[in-house]
Every structure is written in C-alpha cells, then in structure tokens.
Write a protein that binds this ligand. Structure first.
Ligand code: FES
Length: 80
C-alpha cells in the first residue's frame, strides 16, 4: 500500500501561520488512518507568504487549514 506522504513546513513563517495545528490534527487521527500517512516536518519550502505550506506526495499546497488538510487526507485515502 502506498503511503500518503505529508511534509508540513515547520519554518518560522509557517509556524506562525499555524503549521503546528496541522501536525496536531494529523497526530490526533485514528491509528488506522495514521498508518497510511508518512508525516514529516520540512524546512522552509520557499513560499512563506502563502503559508502554512504542506507538500502532499511532493506537490506544494499553500494556505492549508486543518479542515482543508483533513479533506485532502480523506480524498487520498479513499482513492486507494
Ligand atoms: S517558512 Fe514555510 S515556506 Fe518558508
């Protein structure tokens, strides 16, 4: 099974814009969902003004909220 690779920018700009909330949301997911997620912290993704920034399977997504990230996770996990 392919893991959903999520890299959350933990650079200072994204941190101030709420990247920690994204990490906490993922960490709070049920274990069976988390088992499909490869969560990593990333250094600055060079899009600081549009943060919080996340890379999902290598694709940069900006302005990510916990709700938006949850939708992305559901969409990707249901597709498998
Ligand atoms: S700090 Fe996140 S893109 Fe720069």
């Amino acid at each position: 099974m392919t893991m959903l690779k999520i890299e959350v920018c933990v650079g200072s700009a994204c941190y101030l814009l709420g990247s920690q909330d994204l990490i906490e949301m993922i960490e709070g997911l049920p274990e069976d969902v988390k088992a499909n997620i490869d969560l990593r912290g990333s250094s600055c993704l060079k899009a600081c003004g549009k943060g919080p920034n996340v890379k999902i399977n290598g694709e940069l997504i900006s302005g990510v909220t916990p709700d938006k990230l949850m939708e992305i996770i559901k969409y990707n996990i249901q597709r498998k």
